[in-house]
Write a protein that binds this ligand. Structure first.
Ligand SMILES: [Zn+2]
Length: 160
């Protein structure tokens, strides 16, 4: 893990400690096959503070579709530009084109978009690492956040 990257929440653990909430072809499809999950779901209550994981720049803030209120922050990593993408937010505290520093309070976690009907026990931050700012659905143009962090907090929370 680069020392310039931090975690998005005060306490970071995969929702329900379930591999179904990690990155990859991890979700059961109604047809019996598997379907993709594009990022990590990290347990977070509505209103929990969300922090920028790196020094970077706000690429977009929007409210649309299944992701609900979304925030995308570009940042340099290993000589390339990556994008931290946060979804289902309650509100966003920064504006497009703003420069942010790592650990800047950028948003409050929420349950917008298709998270709105979840019971409160399943509230979470949907968090992706992208290689393009606005990829289509699926796994393309994204990487597992494990590429950035070197580990996945599947069972034991990691302090941010
Ligand atoms: Zn998710």
């Amino acid at each position: 893990m680069s020392t310039s990257i931090v975690w998005p929440l005060v306490s970071n653990v995969i929702r329900g400690h379930s591999v179904n909430n990690t990155f990859g072809m991890v979700r059961k499809h109604a047809n019996g096959g598997m379907k993709p999950h594009q990022g990590w779901d990290l347990e977070a209550s509505v209103g929990d503070p969300v922090y920028s994981i790196s020094d970077g720049q706000v690429v977009f803030v929007r409210d649309r579709g299944d992701y609900g209120v979304q925030l995308c922050v570009s940042f340099p990593f290993n000589g390339a530009t990556y994008y931290a993408f946060y979804a289902h937010l309650q509100r966003v505290y920064v504006e497009e084109k703003a420069s942010v520093e790592r650990n800047t309070l950028i948003a409050a976690s929420g349950k917008t978009g298709n998270a709105s009907s979840l019971p409160s026990s399943e509230d979470h931050l949907h968090f992706e690492i992208r290689t393009k700012e606005s990829p289509r659905l699926g796994l393309q143009d994204r990487v597992s956040p494990i590429v950035i962090y070197g580990k996945c907090p599947l069972t034991v929370p990691i302090a941010g």
